[in-house]
Design a protein around this ligand. Structure first.
Ligand code: BES
Ligand code: ZN
Length: 635
C-alpha cells in the first residue's frame, strides 16, 4: 500500500517537473492571450474574488478522484470538470492557489495545453485551459501543497484520541481553490461525486452522502446530487465514529467524545422539524454534525449534509446549541439560496441569524431567544464602535473588491442583517413575514442571488400580504448606508434585567450574594461577565473566581468572557487558564478578542506573543492570519 502510494507520487512529480508547472508548448497556447484579461475585476466579471468566467464556460459537475497523503501533506489526484461551453469559448478559466497541475486533458481531444496567470497573494492564480467549442469534460491532474490554506493537517497530539492524524478543510470564503481546481465563486453551482483514498484506519467524510463505518480498503465514494457552490466543498479525514440522533440526523466525533456529543445534540431532530414547519422542507436528505478537534477555526461551518463544528460547543448542558440551529438554518439561507458574491454575504448570514433565532424560539421559547437577540445587539453595537459607525464596512451591502473577503466579513452581515429582517417582521406582522420568507426560499431555491434580486423580490411580493410594511422600514438606508437606523429593534429580557439589578446591587453593597448566580443560565452569565464594572480590582475578581470557579469553567463561552475580563483587569491568577485556552483552542471568535485585549498594553502584548509563539503552529491558517495581524507577527 505504502509502496504504491509512493510510486504514484514519484510519477506525479516527474510529470509536474517535465511540464515545468505549465502546459507543453504547442502552437496555440493559452499563454498567447493578453495577460491583463485575467483580471478578476475585468468588465464582465461579476465576482471580484474569482478568475472564473462562468458566462463563457461554466462547470456543472465535478468528479474527484483524490488521495490524501498525510506524509507529504498533499491531496493529489484528478478533478474531472463537466462543463457547459455557453459561449463556445476556447479557454476555460479556473481558480487555483498553491496547486500544482501536471496534466490536463479533454474528453474530445486528449491532452491539452494550459497556463497559469499571474499570482495574486489572496486570489491565487487563474488556471487557463485550452478547450474547444464541443468540449464537455476537462480532466485536471493536480496536487495541493502542504501550505494549502483551506486544509489543516493535524498531528495525533492535536486530537482527543492522540493516536491518529486528522485532516479537515475549510473552503469558505475563497479557499476551495487551494485544494481543488474549480470555478471558486458562489455564483456557480455544481453537483459532485468523489472517490477519496485515505489511510485504512481513518474515515473520510464530505459535504455529501457519507459512510457511517470504516471501509475495509481506505477508499470512500461520495455523491452530492444537489448543485452547490464551491465554498461548500468539504473533506475531513480522521478517527471518527458515528452516533445516531434520530431518523434524519446523527453525529460524527472522535470516539472519546462521541457520547458527550450525542447527548449534547439531542434536540437536532426538533430543530429540523421546527425549521421545516417555518420555511418548507429540508432539501438535503440527512443532517449530520461532525465534531472536529479544537483547532477548527470557526464555531460551525454549514457544509451541506454535514455541519462541521467546534468541540467547544459541547458544554454538557446543551446551552450552546444555538450554533447548531445556525448551521442547520443555512440549509435554507445560504445553501439553498446563496449569495452570488461575497459583497452579498449578509444574504447568507443575516438571514441565517434570523432563522437561528426563530428556531431557538420554536424549540426553547421566546424568553430564551430574546436573550440571544440582546447578546446579538450588544455584539453589533461593539462592532459598530470598533469599525466606526460611518465606516463603509457597516453597510449590509459590502464592497470587498481588492481585499481579502475575510477581512470585511464582520458581525455586520450577521447582526445588522438579523435586525433588518426582524424590523421587517415587526413591520409586516409575523404571519405575512413568514409567508414571504417561505416563498422566498421556494422561489430562489438552488440559485445564487445578489442583494438587488432580494430587494426587487421583497418590493414585489411583501406588499401583497402586508401593504404598508415597506413604508415603515427604510430598506435602502439599512442596506446601502452605514450604521444602524434609529428605528432598529431593541429587544428586552426580564432575565437580563435581573442580572443588571444584581450587578448594581453588588456595586452598591460591595458584597457578593452567591445564591442568585448559582441559578443562572449560560446566557445570563455571559450578560453578567460582559457588563462587569470596569476596572475591577483583582480582589473583586478573586471573589468572583473563588465563588464561581470561573477560571475552571467547562463552558467555553463563559470561560472566554471571563478570560477577557481577566486580561482587562490584569487579574494574574487567571493567566495560566488563559494560556491553556489559547494553546488548545483555535476558534477565531475566541482568539481574536483575547489577543486584541492582550495587545492593548505592552506587558499584555509581550505575554500574547509568548503564548502565540507556542500556539501558532496549532492554529488553522484562517485563525493564524487574523492573529498575525493583531500581534504584528512575522513568520
Ligand atoms: N459560514 C459561517 C462561517 C464562515 C463565514 C466561514 C465566513 C468563513 C467565512 C458559519 O455559518 C458561521 O457563521 N459560524 C459562526 C457561528 C454562528 C453561530 C454565528 C462561527 O463560526 O462563529
Ligand atoms: Zn453562518
Amino acid at each position: 500500500m505504502r509502496a504504491i502510494e509512493w510510486s504514484y507520487w514519484l510519477v506525479f512529480f516527474g510529470l509536474a517537473l517535465a511540464c515545468g508547472g505549465a502546459g507543453t508548448t504547442p502552437d496555440k497556447t493559452a499563454s498567447d492571450q493578453a495577460e491583463q484579461r485575467d483580471s478578476p475585476a475585468g468588465a464582465a466579471r461579476s465576482d471580484p474574488h474569482s478568475f472564473a468566467r462562468p458566462d463563457e464556460a461554466v462547470v456543472r459537475h465535478l468528479d474527484l478522484d483524490i488521495t490524501v497523503d498525510f506524509e507529504s501533506q498533499r491531496i493529489y489526484g484528478e478533478a474531472v470538470l463537466s462543463i457547459d461551453n455557453l459561449a463556445q469559448a476556447s479557454q476555460l478559466y479556473l481558480d487555483s492557489r498553491d496547486l500544482d497541475v501536471s496534466r490536463v486533458s479533454l474528453d474530445n481531444e486528449g491532452e491539452t495545453t494550459f497556463r497559469f496567470g499571474e499570482e495574486d497573494p489572496v486570489l491565487g492564480r487563474p488556471l487557463v485551459i485550452d478547450i474547444q467549442p464541443q468540449t464537455r469534460a476537462v480532466h485536471v491532474e493536480y496536487s495541493s501543497r502542504p501550505q494549502a490554506a483551506a486544509v489543516q493537517w493535524l498531528a495525533p497530539e492535536q486530537t482527543a484520541g492522540g493516536e491518529h492524524p486528522f485532516l479537515f478543510t475549510q473552503s469558505q470564503a475563497i479557499l476551495a481553490r487551494t485544494w481543488i481546481p474549480l470555478q471558486d465563486t458562489p455564483a456557480v453551482r455544481m453537483t459532485y461525486s468523489a472517490t477519496v483514498r485515505v489511510p485504512r484506519e481513518l474515515m473520510a467524510l464530505m459535504s455529501a452522502e457519507n459512510p457511517t463505518q470504516l471501509s475495509t480498503d481506505g477508499v470512500y465514494h461520495f455523491t452530492m446530487p444537489q448543485a452547490i457552490p464551491s465554498y461548500l466543498m468539504a473533506l475531513a479525514v480522521g478517527d471518527v465514529a458515528f452516533g445516531e440522533l434520530g431518523p434524519k440526523s446523527g453525529v460524527y466525533a472522535e470516539p472519546a467524545l462521541l457520547d458527550r456529543a450525542v447527548a449534547e445534540f439531542q434536540d437536532i431532530e426538533a430543530m429540523i422539524a421546527a425549521t421545516e414547519e417555518l420555511y418548507g422542507p429540508y432539501q438535503w436528505g440527512r443532517y449530520d454534525v461532525l465534531v472536529l478537534p479544537p483547532s477548527f477555526p470557526f464555531g460551525g461551518m454549514e457544509n451541506p449534509r454535514l455541519t462541521f463544528a467546534t468541540p467547544t460547543i459541547i458544554a454538557g448542558d446543551r446551552s450552546l446549541v444555538s450554533l447548531i440551529a445556525h448551521e442547520l438554518a443555512h440549509s435554507w439561507s445560504g445553501n439553498l439560496v446563496t449569495n452570488s458574491n461575497w459583497d452579498d454575504f449578509w444574504l447568507n448570514e443575516g438571514f441565517t441569524v434570523y432563522l437561528e433565532q426563530r428556531i431557538m424560539e420554536a424549540v426553547y421559547g421566546r424568553d430564551y431567544s430574546e436573550m440571544l437577540a440582546i447578546l446579538a445587539r450588544q455584539e453589533l453595537d461593539n462592532t459598530l464602535e470598533e469599525l466606526g459607525p460611518e465606516s463603509r464596512d457597516t453597510w449590509l451591502h459590502l464592497d470587498l473588491a481588492g481585499r481579502d473577503p475575510d477581512d470585511g466579513m464582520t458581525d455586520i452581515a450577521y447582526n445588522k442583517g438579523y435586525f433588518l429582517l426582524r424590523a421587517l417582521e415587526e413591520a409586516a406582522g409575523r404571519q405575512s413575514w413568514d409567508d414571504f420568507l417561505k416563498s422566498y426560499f421556494d422561489h430562489f431555491a438552488f440559485q445564487s442571488i445578489d442583494t438587488e434580486k432580494f430587494v426587487a423580490y421583497l418590493k414585489a411580493e411583501l406588499p401583497k400580504n402586508a401593504p404598508q410594511a415597506l413604508e415603515k422600514v427604510d430598506i435602502e438606508a439599512w442596506i446601502y448606508g452605514p450604521n444602524l437606523p434609529e428605528t432598529a429593534p431593541r429587544p428586552t429580557s426580564p432575565a437580563f434585567e435581573k442580572v443588571d439589578q444584581y450587578l448594581a446591587q453588588w456595586q452598591s453593597t460591595g458584597t457578593l450574594d452567591t445564591a442568585v448566580p448559582a441559578q443562572w443560565s449560560t446566557h445570563e452569565w455571559l450578560h453578567f461577565l460582559r457588563h462587569l464594572p470596569s476596572p475591577l480590582a483583582s480582589e473583586k475578581m478573586a471573589n468572583l473566581d473563588e465563588a464561581f470557579q470561573l477560571s475552571q469553567s467547562g463552558n467555553s463561552e463563559i470561560l472566554a468572557a471571563w478570560l477577557q475580563a481577566a486580561i482587562e483587569n490584569q487579574y494574574e491568577p487567571a493567566m495560566p487558564a488563559l494560556e491553556h485556552f489559547l494553546t488548545t483552542v483555535g476558534r477565531r471568535k475566541f482568539l481574536k478578542p483575547l489577543y486584541t485585549a492582550l495587545a492593548k498594553t505592552p506587558e499584555g502584548k509581550e505575554r500574547g506573543r509568548k503564548i502565540y509563539a507556542k500556539a501558532r503552529g496549532g492554529y488553522h491558517s484562517v485563525s493564524a492570519a487574523t492573529i498575525d495581524e493583531i500581534l504584528g507577527w512575522e513568520e
